[in-house]
Design a protein around this ligand. Sequence first.
Ligand SMILES: C[S@@+](CC[C@H](N)C(=O)[O-])C[C@H]1O[C@@H](n2cnc3c(N)ncnc32)[C@H](O)[C@@H]1O
Length: 406
Amino acid sequence: MNLERDFHMATGEAEANYANNSRLQRKALLKTKPLLDKAVRQVYTALQPPTMVVADLGCSVGTNTLLFVSEVISTVAYAQYQNELGRHPMELQFFLNDLPGNDFNQVFQSLQQFTKSIAEDHPKEIALSPFYISGLPGSFYTRIFPCQSVHLFHSSYCLHWQSQVRISMMIKDMDESMANLNGGNIYITKSTPPSVVKLYQDQFQKDMALFLKLRHQELMPGGKMLLTFLGRKKQDVLDGDMSHLFGLLAEALQSLVTEGVVEKGKLESFNIPMYGASIDEVKAVVALNELFDMDHIELFESNWDPYDDLEHDDMCSSPQRGVNVAKCIRAVLEPLLVSHFGEYILDELFKRYAHLMDRHLAKENTTKFSVIVLALNRRDFADIFVSLTILPLFNQLTVAITVESQ
Ligand SMILES: C[S@@+](CC[C@H](N)C(=O)[O-])C[C@H]1O[C@@H](n2cnc3c(N)ncnc32)[C@H](O)[C@@H]1O
């Protein structure tokens, strides 16, 4: 499998596919709706384009991306109705982006029904803007739009995926004898050596910096981005939420190795190409990059069990919890696991994972994903010029004046 080309979420059987097992990701879209509304209104009132160009990066399959599209259409429609956006009738152009292996046809086939239902969902007096939806295959770690052609970028539950999709290969490249450096772990855990942690962290910094640089080129001056992705609440990189979640999956894989179902070498060469950054790590890349102003950043938590909507640390007692988490993780990782281990391990692996998860959830009540939401405003070159040249000069001048006056 060429992962940059063919990587995708699980398709196929309804029981296990992403479209039917993405309630966790849907909850994030609902949670970030007020920020999306704000971004849409800001972009339109500031820029007043005849056509607003909006892109959802990492759209995947299922109805989540269409929920995003419907929120943008609705926000614009109500704002136009309330005359907040001036008198310009505007049109909307949406680009749904994902890697080429994504089943775009599945999304396209639901568009007719979507167009019908969004019209029915709005009262007659709320006129919807004409909208156009296109698919855009390609990695968001490459240029995917012409210069200054997009007003708003959105991406939800994607940016924790690393560009290389091959941390395992990078570990191998360090030295053949170091291929098993992560010692049977599949992500960063307490026993992960610093060299492997550094690989993950360096890759995160490179990816995020590249992503910001590319989107800065593609955004119109005054454009915005709303990015939601998995992160880490604690500063300690060895003790992240994903460390525990994937630690249990590694345990299930290890049990298959012990029974001779999976080769030890196969497990040792598998590392999940995701990274959960802390808020400070994200802020540091944005600040270093100097291409965007941070409008908003926050971290919220979401229970591992996608069907557990309880806030705080109340224990949910559903007997399905382990199975629910296992289905959610399987829908995301299945194609990656199949390409590395083969399809034959899947059912047994996730049966064991659900069991281990059940046991874990019965003991622990801090079993939550940390989700980072980041709203960024594109800086214009004039702003960048000021921050790179005038401000440092001004600072020097202030220092000189201070020294002089002493
Ligand atoms: C968990 S899904 C999220 C889908 C959707 N945004 C949602 O909220 O349900 C993550 C998506 O990111 C896509 N993805 C990962 N890396 C990507 C990349 N470099 N470029 C484009 N899409 C990518 C995956 O193919 C997958 O469809």
